[in-house]
Design a protein. Structure first.
Length: 228
């Protein structure tokens, strides 16, 4: 117990004749609330035991569907907390999405491609891989994005927070029926998988699209595109 004396700002302990500055007594503060947003699972053990709890941050500047999760790190180089923001894409609505397109194997298109390769124009079925001439998504200049591809949105996930897109690879399976000049073919595209990875160059989003092409004489081929 501490008892104050008549001298302002000085206190004397019991059974003592000397005085000393009175200690400053601050009211007890309640502990901070635990991180438990409604409808969300508890954070991992390493996060619960750290000094800082996860922070769920909203970002209205990014279009849906995006979920931003900030995991602050205890970095105090400048006397402040530096937060590392990791963007997790939530593209569940795009999985299983399909698109159907129809095109015609124009004889002039086949003739022009053969001339470009310096070979004779095929008189029967087109050679393998020539189907890549078809189903082109032609756009006006105002419909082209800064990376040279059509502006984002539509069939594929937009992935607005990454600057570039590219075709990373694919797999093909050919059937007996090919594509002949002037035939009409149909392509059904389905988004099979979407995943996000982080590497030395930063965040990457992988989208796998399955294509099934069929002509008047039956299935032509099945193909998978890996888009990054």
């Amino acid at each position: 117990m501490v008892r104050a004396t008549a001298s302002p700002g000085r206190c004397r302990a019991p059974n003592s004749s000397s005085t000393a500055p009175c200690p400053r007594i601050s009211p007890a503060r309640p502990p901070p609330p635990s991180w438990s947003p409604a409808g969300r699972a508890s954070p991992p053990a390493e996060a619960r035991n750290s000094t800082f709890s996860p922070i769920l941050a909203a970002t209205p500047s990014l279009p849906r569907p995006f979920r931003i999760i900030a995991w602050p790190s205890a970095l105090r180089a400048t006397g402040s907390i530096v937060a590392r923001i990791k963007i997790l894409s939530a593209y569940d609505d795009f999985l299983g999405k399909t698109e159907t397109r129809t095109d015609r194997a124009d004889p002039r298109l086949i003739e022009g491609f053969a001339a470009t390769l310096g070979i004779d124009t095929p008189q029967a079925e087109m050679p393998p891989l020539w189907h890549w001439m078809l189903f082109q998504d032609w756009k006006r200049p105002d419909g082209i994005g800064p990376d040279g591809h059509p502006k984002r949105g539509g069939f594929l996930p937009p992935v607005h927070h990454l600057p570039r897109r590219m075709w990373a690879g694919g797999r093909l399976r050919f059937f007996e029926a090919g594509i002949r000049a002037d035939e009409t073919v149909t392509r059904i595209s389905t988004i099979k998988a979407i995943s996000q990875k982080s590497g030395g160059s930063g965040d990457l989003v992988f989208v796998t699209v399955a294509h099934s092409i069929e002509g008047p004489r039956g299935p032509v081929l099945e193909e998978e595109h890996d888009i990054v």
